[in-house]
Design a protein. Structure first.
Length: 495
């Protein structure tokens, strides 16, 4: 007897993951994707021989032997893609003071460099480094979804993360609050801005510990190749994908999801519908806001989002040996872009991956936060929108010229992606590239994968797995299929 049929909305990582695991477990699947490529937000694009990467800065838990590495391998994520270990996660630079700090995998060096910058902060530095060292090599495991977890499962998971528990209890404050222990303003800012100021401090230790343990990596070829590898795995498992197929409406009858209606008016039906698309669009547009409880309204009204960003990228006929691949720069003089001041930006130098540029060339990319409303409204006036993008590129290039004299003459490609760009390609709510901000509340919350009163419908992705990033997107699909298998009396398999 054939398995149930599932329609999946969206061929981003969560949709592809859902499709892969559903096929492994005997379900018939079809993904509808509005774009012409897989990956959703995990993507890249070509400009005259240069690859502009729009997503992966680094991957967690990808070292052979890590529990999560098993998920990457189950999904074929590294098939044909070389994995490169990450040795330095970022270099913090303050233009005004000229001070800098490389956040390296060598924790002894990191400690010494920080103490050289501020000996009086030795105590806080030791806390940071000792917490990171204690979690070096830490394996997060692959927890079962809460919806099907039993007491024995919970006990096993507690044992798996026993080394983390005391840090969860002691360092549950935000990174921003922990950073107040540093007296030196530069170090305080480095710690605050290193990742997400609002995230719990123990997670900072986990990331730095994974860096030290060689568990963080980069994928050669960029984000789109990573996504395409998973899409190939899905299709090899017998899954179908329809590209250029924008879902406008989820079909519902007697409070049961029956299928989808596309922008071309065609209707497609299945036993189950899974939306791995934007959460707000799914709930309030595709379903018309008919299945919403107070908790859902609270999340969309009150939970902060990852701020949308602008990516200003340049393909240049120049190489940058020895330059940090990622630098967090605090500007001496703010930039004025899109009606707001930019005081900090992230500079990425893709000198570690020769596949992203023609011989002798390199992609440079600057990323900074930007207001969604401004760019969305500006796009309604195309000429002004294009002019503002051109100004942003020129202003950013002028700043980079100060770091790399002669750079302007070597630029072969300039590309600007705004918050509107992210929204246009993915319809992510307010252009937010990682959904809910990684606050303590969001991290500890259990967001339902169903909607109240609606049967045969489920959600996957960053809107039901808060925190954003690649791992939550991938395990979201795996978790959902485990739940479906449990409901259908099947033994879940990942083969």
């Amino acid at each position: 007897m054939a398995g149930k049929s599932i329609i999946i909305i969206g061929a981003g990582l969560a949709g592809l993951s859902t499709g892969c695991y559903a096929r492994m477990n005997g379900y018939s699947t079809r993904i509808f994707e509005s774009h012409t490529l897989p990956g959703g937000l995990c993507t890249a694009w070509q400009r005259r021989g240069y690859t502009i990467d729009g997503c992966i800065h680094w991957l967690m838990a990808c070292k052979p032997g890590d529990s999560f590495r098993r998920i990457y391998d189950e999904l074929g994520a590294f098939e044909g893609n070389r994995l490169m270990p990450l040795e330095n996660i970022v270099c913090c630079r303050d233009e005004a003071s000229g001070r800098s700090l490389a956040v390296t995998a060598d924790l002894d060096r990191l400690s010494a460099d920080m103490k050289a910058l501020s000996p009086e902060d030795a105590g806080a530095i030791d806390e940071l480094v000792e917490g990171s060292r204690a979690l070096t090599g830490f394996d997060t495991g692959i927890p079962k979804p809460a919806e099907i977890k039993g007491k024995l499962d919970s006990l096993k998971e507690i044992w798996q993360v026993r080394g983390l528990l005391k840090y969860v209890l002691r360092y549950n404050m935000s990174v921003k609050d922990f950073a107040q222990r540093f007296k030196d303003p530069f170090l305080r800012r480095c710690v605050t801005d290193l990742f997400v100021p609002e995230m719990p401090t123990y997670f900072l230790f986990v990331v730095l510990g994974q860096l030290a343990g060689g568990q963080l990596g980069l994928v050669e070829g960029g984000s789109l190749r990573f996504s395409q590898a998973i899409a190939r795995r899905y299709q090899a498992l017998g899954g179908e994908i329809s590209y250029g197929a924008s879902v406008q409406k989820i079909l519902v009858e007697n409070d049961r999801a029956l299928g989808v209606c596309l922008a071309d008016g065609s209707e497609h039906r299945a036993d189950l519908v899974v939306s791995a698309a934007d959460g707000h669009s799914t709930i309030f547009e595709m379903l018309g806001g008919r299945y919403v409880d107070q908790a859902t309204r609270h999340r969309f009204a009150s939970w902060p989002l990852f701020e949308p960003v602008i990516l200003v990228s340049f393909g240049v006929s120049r190489q940058f040996p020895g330059e940090p691949s990622s630098s967090l720069i605090w500007l001496r003089e703010p930039l004025s872009v899109g009606g707001q001041e930019v005081k900090t930006f992230m500079l990425r130098v893709f000198n570690y991956d020769p596949t992203l540029a023609p011989p002798g060339g390199t992609v440079l990319q600057v990323m900074f936060e930007a207001g969604y409303g401004y760019w969305y409204n500006l796009r309604q006036e195309s000429s002004r929108y294009q002019a503002e993008k051109s100004k942003a590129a020129a202003d950013v290039l002028a700043r980079l010229e100060g770091y790399y004299p002669g750079l302007a003459a070597q630029v072969e490609v300039a590309d600007v992606a705004t918050p509107y760009t992210f929204w246009r390609y993915t319809h992510n709510y307010r252009g937010s590239y990682e959904g809910w901000l990684m606050t303590k509340e969001a991290v500890m919350a259990r967001v339902p994968k169903t909607l109240p009163g609606l049967a045969n419908f489920y959600m996957a992705g960053q809107w039901v797995e808060p925190g954003g990033g690649i791992p939550p997107a991938l395990y979201s699909g795996r978790n959902l299929v485990q739940i479906l298998c449990k409901l259908d009396g099947k033994t879940f398999t990942a083969r």
